[in-house]
Design a protein around this ligand. Structure first.
Ligand SMILES: [Zn+2]
Length: 278
């Protein structure tokens, strides 16, 4: 059973707090750290690269693709999909796709929305726009309801879904698992950073038992525990505590997961579904 490690390449302050902020150099350094980790484990990852990050640092995109990893799109500006109109969304993903295709010389056909901002109520047009702009898989629907995103009880395994207009694409939700009578998030972010590793391993084993890949997601900045101190003036203490929590122990957990389970790129894992699309 092969699983997937996905990395949303973006800058923490720009993506989390201020869409108009200049991206810092830190994300380049942190992305290089992630590449080192994957090389150490001989694992092929899937990088959803933000257009703004690619624009600021084309050499990072080249380094990712050059190391043999899968490059796909995280959109251009990192504004949540539900904050955009249908037309703005179309322009945002077209711009990112073209930019990444020009840089890599490869077709870009996978997408992850900023902050899992595609759901069943606010963005009914989003999946159709993805198909219409040449995307064939999406990994933006969080498979349980959280305060800011997600769809309750969404099918947790990758599958072909039919869109509102009758188009088809592959949806690949990030990992979740059932524990103590409830479906829980485990794939990445604060959930991954705060859960002890034995729980994460239990979740991955459950995925294997149920015959589905566990899709983890992470950000280069999670490899950067000192970033919180650098933003003392701009970000409140409460927010820094929340966002910085668990960053120190994070690399070790990723190491253990990559050591204990087998990983491949998302496009390889989804190949059998992708082959059935027109
Ligand atoms: Zn993001």
């Amino acid at each position: 059973m092969r699983h997937a490690i996905t990395i949303d390449v973006e800058d923490w302050y720009q993506s989390t707090f201020d869409p108009n902020a200049e991206l810092s150099e830190r994300f380049e350094r942190n992305t290089m750290n992630v590449l080192e980790v994957l090389a150490k484990h001989n694992v092929c990852g899937t990088f959803f690269v933000l257009g703004l990050a690619a624009e600021k640092s084309p050499q990072i995109v080249k380094a990712i693709a050059g190391a043999g990893h899968e490059v796909q799109s995280h959109g251009y500006g990192h504004l949540e999909v539900f904050k955009q109109t249908e037309d703005e969304f179309r322009q945002d993903i077209q711009r990112a796709k073209k930019m990444l295709e020009d840089m890599t010389g490869q077709e870009i056909f996978g997408y992850r929305a900023p902050s899992f901002s595609i759901d069943d109520t606010r963005t009914p047009w989003a999946l159709d726009v993805l198909v219409e702009t040449g995307h064939r898989y999406d990994s933006s629907i969080f498979p349980l309801k959280k305060s800011r995103y997600g769809i309750d009880n969404y099918p947790p395994s990758p599958q072909i879904v039919e869109t509102a207009k009758g188009n088809r694409l592959v949806e690949a939700p990030v990992a979740c698992f059932d524990w103590l009578g409830k479906r829980r998030a485990v794939g990445g972010g604060g959930y991954f950073r705060l859960l002890p590793y034995w729980v994460i391993r239990k979740a991955w084993r459950q995925c294997e038992k149920n015959g589905r890949p566990g899709i983890t997601y992470m950000h280069p900045y999670e490899y950067d525990p000192s970033e919180m101190d650098a933003f003392k003036d701009k970000v409140s203490l409460k927010m820094r505590l929340h966002q910085g929590l668990g960053r120190k122990g994070f690399p070790n957990k990723v190491d253990r997961l990559l050591h204990d389970f087998e990983f491949a790129s998302l496009k390889d894992i989804l190949a059998k579904f992708l082959a059935k699309l027109p």
